[in-house]
Design a binder for this molecule. Sequence first.
Ligand code: FMN
Length: 324
Amino acid sequence: MDIMNFWNDLPQPFFILAPMEDVTDVIFRHVIKQAAAPDVFFTEFTNATGWVHAGQKAIGGRLLKADDEYPLVAQIWGGEPGDMEKLATHCRDLGFHGIDINMGCPAKSAIKSGGSALIRKPDIAIASIAAAKTAGIPVSVKTRLGYTSVDEWSDWLTVLLQQDITNLTIHLRTKKEMSKVPAHFELIDDIVSLRDRIAPQTKLTINGDIADRQQGMKLWHDHSGIDGIMIGRGIFHNPFAFEINPRDHSREELLNVLNLHLDLFDAYNAEIPRRFDPLKRFFKIYVKDFPGAKEMREQLMQATTTDAVRTIINESSASLTSTS
Ligand SMILES: Cc1cc2nc3c(=O)[nH]c(=O)nc-3n(C[C@H](O)[C@H](O)[C@H](O)COP(=O)(O)O)c2cc1C
């Protein structure tokens, strides 16, 4: 059966906003789409077994999406292929355009059953991919180089590339390295050769320590054969990390992005009831690099509602106008 496969219609290289738990929900994806969009978005990861046993209650707003999101990949994880099959089918029915299986998360809670634990359980990894494929939408995998040692990369990635997946994203570190050492860019050419030999049809996406589109483009030029670049934490330093022609952004532009985030937070509040406090983590992404940003951030940290945040922004803008 031919399946719709957006991965075949992407530019070279394509850029992906990395899946990040408590960050890349429907709200933040829309903020970044408006600021400077990547080519592909992923959801935060959703646990298959949790969903199968406890349903919606177990997953909150993780799979909430909007009709204007394309292409959007649902990232799932777990250690029970049967549960992966059920959740993958549910994601297809929700209208996602692909399934990505997380085989790289190093968190203690994840490795009890899935995440990077699958690096040590290749049979389950293989069965999970086969199970997700039964949903009939493209299946990709995101993983690390190995569990304990960098030398594991060749055997582990061989296993994955033999499964005829659509895209393989590699966070260029081992599980043990967490994010404590620089990403192993020196392995990119060898990984490309392995992919070319085993699965030339599988797209290869590189991830880890890539700050923005410009650094991604340089890597792509320096290492021929990479198809995609995935950026995660870079977005915390620069909400415009995916922009094609980088430039300085004015205070007004940055605050407009913050206002959009606030509006979306309120708009989705009914569907995903959220606490206000975690929203504060995002303020420093937007409120920086302009005179008075530090003072404004200090005030924002005292706010307890989105309206209080808006008042701080408006008063600060009004005082700027009156002194100029
Ligand atoms: C706050 C946070 C949450 C994350 N959640 C996920 C997740 O749900 N799924 C996943 O595959 N990786 C997750 N990651 C890992 C990132 O997707 C990415 O692989 C990692 O941050 C390295 O890329 P970077 O250097 O561009 O940030 C998370 C990372 C961070 C910082």
